[in-house]
Design a protein around this ligand. Structure first.
Ligand SMILES: NC(=O)c1ccc[n+]([C@@H]2O[C@H](COP(=O)([O-])OP(=O)(O)OC[C@H]3O[C@@H](n4cnc5c(N)ncnc54)[C@H](OP(=O)(O)O)[C@@H]3O)[C@@H](O)[C@H]2O)c1
Length: 339
């Protein structure tokens, strides 16, 4: 047990990409527990694109964080001391425990007690079976209403959510085209994951390649990127196509809309082509999470979906890890191993 609680706190609002200078490293005493509380030793921290908008001065789908506060983050940890029978010592839990070694939890907080099943690696609970797998599943099947024989385009296709979304599309019987940022990533999604085609948006014209690959148009777009790429895909949607807005990573480095990369100017197509575009959050689906987890677990056991983790060692590395999501150097679900 380390004697102090190491924390990354928000030091200032970043301009553009976040860097280590936007955070302050702090060492405080390990907190004690009062009646009804438990002390969690954080083991894994999920690094997510949404961490960057969480640093904005304005609210997102969660309230803005104050400067000086430990950075918000989803963790998996083990209960080390307990004065709450719901969280006995030794059980594993997940929740918004922050970029720190220790967190005090109580029954008022949203805490998930994880199943005691040694056959499931802990990290699966915020990856395949958590806030990555769940939006991929419902985004493709429910928001996107993807059906066999349709053409599904996925952006951020080699990332954690995108790689699953594309594979779920393949299992559904779609023709799947992924858009990703390097030749290696494009090879991985086609050669290993079985996507039908890939577009390297950094070296190829997405518009020209989509025209060649989808001459009859696109039925479903699973969008992780937003901005100009969304405009390009919108132009090529079929009548009654569906766009599932999972994320807009191209816009997260700016809090002010006037600094955003331009978004779609062609929204009139929504009318002429009778399109449906809908955003969603994995938290919307908490009551139905079991449905997604059972399906994903079955496909995973059968070897029909693959899922890769990118693990960085040490809480010290958390700010650097966050930057990797924005320069594209992460290769799969990005996780910091705290302990
Ligand atoms: N709605 C929800 O509940 C929910 C839940 C989880 C995640 N999300 C969203 O899903 C998306 C993917 O998240 P993830 O956790 O799976 O991360 P990820 O895809 O594993 O990592 C982010 C990737 O985004 C790509 N990227 C970064 N900046 C870009 C830009 N300007 N244009 C195009 N691509 C860019 C990079 O890949 P390249 O090398 O390909 O550029 C990078 O590897 C994000 O938008 C995130 O906010 C939504």
């Amino acid at each position: 047990m380390v004697a102090v609680n190491r924390q990354w706190c928000i030091a200032r609002r970043p301009e553009g990409s976040a860097s280590e200078d936007d955070f302050a490293w702090q060492e405080t005493p390990v907190p004690g527990v009062a009646e009804g509380q438990a002390l969690v030793r954080n083991l894994f921290l999920s690094i997510d694109p949404t961490n960057r908008p969480w640093m904005w001065e304005k609210d997102t789908y969660l309230p803005a964080q104050n400067l000086g506060q430990p950075m918000r983050g989803v963790c998996i940890g083990r209960v080390e001391q307990s004065a709450n029978p719901k969280f006995p010592v030794g059980c594993h839990v997940s929740g918004l425990f922050g970029w720190q070694d220790y967190t005090v939890i109580d029954s008022q907080m949203r805490v998930n007690r994880l199943p005691d099943d040694p056959s499931i690696p802990l990290t699966m609970h915020f990856g395949l079976f958590g806030h990555i797998g769940i939006p991929a599943y419902f985004g493709v099947l429910e928001i996107g209403r993807a059906k066999a024989g349709e053409t599904l385009v996925v952006s951020g296709a080699a990332g954690a959510v995108g790689s699953l979304a594309g594979q779920i599309g393949k299992i559904t019987g779609c023709r799947v085209i992924g858009i990703a940022g390097t030749a290696d990533k494009c090879r991985w999604i086609t050669d290993t994951l079985g996507f039908d085609a890939a577009i390297d948006y950094r070296t190829e014209s997405v518009a020209d390649r989509l025209d060649a690959l989808c001459p009859d148009g696109i039925d479903v777009y699973f969008d992780n990127v937003g901005g100009p790429m969304l405009e390009t895909v919108l132009d090529r949607m079929k009548v009654h196509g569906r766009i599932a807005l999972c994320g807009a990573i191209s816009q997260y480095n700016h809090a002010d809309v006037s600094d955003f990369e331009p978004g779609p100017r062609n929204l009139f197509l929504m009318v002429t082509k009778r399109l449906r575009m809908e955003g969603f959050l994995s938290s919307d689906y908490v009551p139905r999470a079991r449905e997604a987890i059972d399906a994903l677990a079955g496909w995973y056991r059968e070897g029909r979906i693959q899922y890769r983790l990118h693990v960085i060692d040490g809480l010290e590395q958390a700010p650097t890890a966050l930057g990797m999501l924005f320069d594209g150097t992460n290769q799969g679900k990005l996780i910091v191993r705290i302990a």
